[in-house]
Design a protein around this ligand. Structure first.
Ligand SMILES: Cc1ncc(COP(=O)(O)O)c(C=O)c1O
Length: 383
């Protein structure tokens, strides 16, 4: 029997070399490598400013703070996402307005947004998630939000490198946040990045990233001003990225497109091999394959399947195949369900997805032999 993980990290020589430089330098926390990573990441996505942090959750928190969300505000967020997209709204004592998604893309569409605005005209903020690595239809979404004075925080935890009509995700909304968690498309172990075009947002995020101190640690130890001379202008957080993490990030950035292509190859195989199975709903791709980051390959077992999603996952596990589920929707999580009295019938697409969703193994350079094995077992279990 094979043993195929759900996801696998690919670390190359560049990551090791940058890490050695940092270890040899004797300075492990935020310094030159973090600055270099921020600069190169900003260049890659074509954004003006980038602020490196210790997770995407931290980036989302800094982002929602910098957008101006405050206690009592309402924020649109989609149900089919990781809890972090919604929890940061609660960090500010604001309230999420949880929206359904489009079936098989798991994205918010312009129509879903317009209906939500009609129902909740007082909402002035949107968290939009580029689920699985496919961009939401940002051109229309940005236009609708402009018209209604809604500010946009993009949760791009899955979406690097992702494009939409030739433009990188990271250049559409007011703020975009990326994740470098261990299973993401590029990783620093734990890490995140906030990017924006807005200088005031960038400055606020940088100050809040480090205790509300008006100077970076690195600046404090490199500038000519005495290092003890700093002021605190807000009750900020401890969210800075270490140079150790940035070193790995710099190496990962250099191979980001190769890694993306490596995942795309596996996805092409899955699409071709699974296209005739009528009990599986495959993801719908509205962009060019090359514009998709392919963080996930989520399939949905539909009503024609003879077994449940959980039985399917167990059967795959018995064959040594790792899978995951993205996600149990926000409206089903006890905290949100009870606090906001969320009802399943208001989320028909997220419900249908939740009943059958399974993410298949996906990582760069999967062996054809392993892909064959996975597909063979899927067919044996389902047909
Ligand atoms: C959609 C989404 N948003 C945010 C996050 C949080 O990322 P991090 O683990 O870097 O905080 C994740 C992580 O899985 C995610 O999937």
């Amino acid at each position: 029997m094979k043993n195929i993980p759900f996801s696998k990290v690919d670390i190359g020589a560049a990551e090791r070399n940058y890490l050695k430089e940092v270890l040899d330098s004797g300075w492990l926390t935020t310094a030159g490598k973090t600055l270099e990573f921020e600069k190169k990441f900003a260049e890659y996505v074509g954004a003006k400013y980038a602020c490196a942090v210790n997770s995407c959750t931290s980036a989302l928190h800094l982002g929602i703070d910098a957008l101006g969300v405050r206690a009592g505000d309402k924020v649109f967020v989609q149900s089919m996402t990781f809890t972090a997209s919604a929890e940061v709204i609660r960090y500010m004592n604001a309230d999420p307005i949880v929206l359904d998604i489009e079936y098989r893309t798991n994205l918010i569409t312009p129509e879903i947004l317009e209906n939500a605005i009609a129902q909740y005209p007082d909402v002035k903020y949107l968290v939009v998630v580029h689920y699985g690595g496919q961009a939401a239809q940002m051109e229309q979404i940005v236009a609708i939000c402009k018209q209604h004075g809604i500010k946009i925080l993009e949760d791009a935890a899955h979406a690097f490198p992702t494009k939409l009509n030739g433009k990188m995700v990271g250049t559409f909304g007011d703020i975009t946040c990326f994740s470098f968690y261990a299973n993401k498309t590029i990783t620093t172990g734990e890490g995140g990045m906030l990017v924006t075009e807005d200088e005031a947002i960038y400055k606020r995020a940088k100050v809040m990233r480090l205790h509300g101190i008006n100077r970076d640690i690195w600046d404090r130890f490199t500038s000519k001003k005495p290092s003890w001379e700093y002021d605190v202008i807000e009750a900020g957080f401890k969210y800075n990225m270490t140079d150790l993490a940035a070193a790995i990030g710099l190496g990962q950035l250099e191979q980001a497109e190769d890694l993306r292509m490596g995942r795309q190859k596996a996805v092409e195989f899955y699409f071709e091999a699974l296209k005739d199975l009528d009990m599986i709903d495959l993801p719908i791709v509205k962009c060019a394959f090359e514009d998709h980051a392919w963080h996930l390959f989520p399939i949905v077992l539909n009503d024609k399947a003879k077994i449940s999603r959980n039985q399917f996952i167990e059967a795959l596990a018995e064959n040594g195949i790792g899978t995951s589920v993205h996600y149990k929707p926000i409206h089903q999580l006890t905290y949100y369900k009870e606090k906001y009295h969320l009802k399943s019938e208001d989320y028909p697409n997220a419900e249908k997805t939740w009943r059958g969703n399974v993410s298949l193994p996906l990582y760069p350079y999967m062996l054809e032999d392993d892909l064959q094995y996975i597909v063979e077992k899927i067919k044996k279990i389902l047909i």
